[in-house]
Design a protein around this ligand. Sequence first.
Ligand SMILES: C[S@@+](CC[C@H](N)C(=O)[O-])C[C@H]1O[C@@H](n2cnc3c(N)ncnc32)[C@H](O)[C@@H]1O
Length: 211
Amino acid sequence: MSDDFWARRWREGQIGFHEGAPNAFLQAHAARLGDAKRVFVPLCGKSEDLAFLAARGHTVVGVELVEDAVRAFFDEHGLAPAVTPRGPLTAYAHGAITLLVGDLFDATPDLVGAVDALYDRAALIALPEDVRARYVAHLRALLLPGAAGLVVTVEYPQEAMAGPPFAVPEAEVRRLYDGLAVECIDRRPAAGGRVAALGAAAEECVFVVRF
Ligand SMILES: C[S@@+](CC[C@H](N)C(=O)[O-])C[C@H]1O[C@@H](n2cnc3c(N)ncnc32)[C@H](O)[C@@H]1O
């Protein structure tokens, strides 16, 4: 996916991935993040999950490529963030929420700070197969040992539809997070969008990963 692909989707309002409310899996399973202090949210968009996590008492650090998405998050919550450069990224910060504008792969431990939890919804599955191993390796370098992760994926026959979202089967999640404890804690019929239109073959799954 080129950077321009995502910039164009935001510019043209093609954001069917944006749920507009906290994700159902997150609401059901947020307790699995324990008493994590700082939750890392890669490819965060303007998700309501960011505000939900902050309301649970976590500090939240998101990374999002498209600046308009980050501006929209703060605008839609009536917040005026402080905007400061942070290396190759730009930090938008208000209260417990900091959103870093830029490429996830430019987000180093120094720029992100210590993070002891991961929330991945529509991030791993937004990436083509040949980028996913690099993505997970990057997360593994950012997350503290012992960090808990909630990873939401979707499964469907990939030949039925072009991603994103891409189908990422459980076996691939386990392979990507090889060496870490990975537990599938919930699966449900896909709830919305193009994937749900595929019917019974489409399921959303949530995993707990222990870093
Ligand atoms: C499918 S959307 C999901 C957004 C959010 N997680 C949600 O649940 O609504 C994927 C997002 O990742 C962003 N993105 C794509 N590649 C990225 C990258 N390399 N670094 C940071 N953000 C990226 C896109 O701009 C888009 O907003």
